[in-house]
Write a protein that binds this ligand. Sequence first.
Ligand code: SAH
Ligand code: SF4
Ligand code: F3S
Length: 480
Amino acid sequence: MYNDNPTLKDLNARTIDETAQGQVYSEAVSALAPEPTGKQFYIESYGCQMNFSDSEIVASILGEAGYAPTRDLEGADLILINTCSIREKAEDTVRKRLRVFDKVKRRRPGTMVGVLGCMAERLKAKFLEEEKLVDLVVGPDAYRDLPGLVAGAEEGEKGVNVFLSREETYADINPLRLQSNGVTAFISIMRGCDNMCSFCVVPYTRGRERSRNAYSIVAEATDLFQRGFREVTLLGQNVDSYKWTHPETGERVTFAALLEMVAQVDPKLRIRFSTSHPKDITDEVLYTMRDHENICKYIHLPVQSGNSRILDLMNRTYDREWYRKKVDRIYEIMPDCAISSDIITGFCSETEEEHRDTLSMVDYARYTMSYMFFYSERPGTPAARKLTDDVPLEVKKRRLQEIIDLQTTISDERNRADIGTTFTVLIEGESKRSDADWKGRNTQNKMVIFPRLAGTAPGDYVSVTITDATSATLLGNQVS
Ligand code: SAH
Ligand code: SF4
Ligand code: F3S
């Protein structure tokens, strides 16, 4: 989900230009670009799924303005980089890519370079001073302005729009599925974040929380299903606090109600969602998941730390006991539900004993997987202003390694326990290692690899019996 993390090897860690889906890509574009300008844009994305989803909105907006996407960096008229500020390393990666774009621009004068996303929002016009060759700086709520800013930049004006909106949800924009495997897609259901986790830059880069029109979400899911997609992931920083009121009828839609509405699009459409803040996930959501076969039994429930004093400093608004009860409740209502987490090691003043509380929480929750990071202070956040980043880097890294080792052991155990079980798997495409194998996921979001049988295709649901497992993948054979 966060592509500066070296422990992560999933699809989302790849940049758009690395995909091999040229077919879907160009077809979608020709349908969307009624009056091509002959100009091409190249876009690379970093950070969370929201950013990847935003790049698809940007591609759609530029497509309407006559720009066609290209995966050829050297041939592009407009190079865009959709950036992440979550940790220092994420920003370093972006700066390195900008050096590469500078070289392209020198070779091809006239090429424009635009910085989008969270780093654009954080650094604003400072970007233009720091990075002389950047022509555009556009924040996450200003993408509708891109065609105008690009036109201005063609006339030699440097364009900046980092206005954060209280209303923008891009509800009416039909995203251009850039990275598409034709089976799974993201749908943004809300933007921004009103929580104030003290370590986190997102409330400053993404602005206030706002929920998108529920009917536009259902319409997007229906359209995807009709085009052959079989799985949608509803995205937001805190999906469980989704709330939308119909402006005319006054009908109120909660996250549980939205889940139900999307689940009813078709029983053959799988629903996933991310991220759930532990404080907001309700029994109503858990019951809705339990009652609908097509809502996947998987919850990403970041704990961040297993120690109550650290959780308080992080302003997570729950403590260790409260989180444990939430985990208990999930397993009580859905014994087969998988839970995953995000964990930060070495937060300000964390002691060895407090770190051990995080280890014991990983053990308690039996996460199927976690995204694990050491704390990286972000300028302007409450932690940067009020707390001291006093855990030495080597201690942060050693604690991180301990968490990774434990999580790997638990993932391995949990996957081995699946040997002999038969799962329904949605085929997503060829396995990376061999075109003789399919890859797909079961409801718990576990990746399953199995030999492809004649007559099967991406988008099919098949039954696979698990014969072997690693900490990252299940291996099996199709039985029907
Ligand atoms: N909205 C999601 C998380 C978004 S950020 C949630 O509330 O869970 C993704 C993850 O990055 C966070 O869960 C956290 O584990 C990590 N993260 C955020 N800020 C960080 C920082 N300053 N240093 C290290 N990791 C951080
Ligand atoms: Fe950041 Fe907390 Fe909001 Fe997640 S819930 S985006 S960690 S402030
Ligand atoms: Fe990064 Fe912004 Fe997402 S900071 S994690 S791209 S919301």
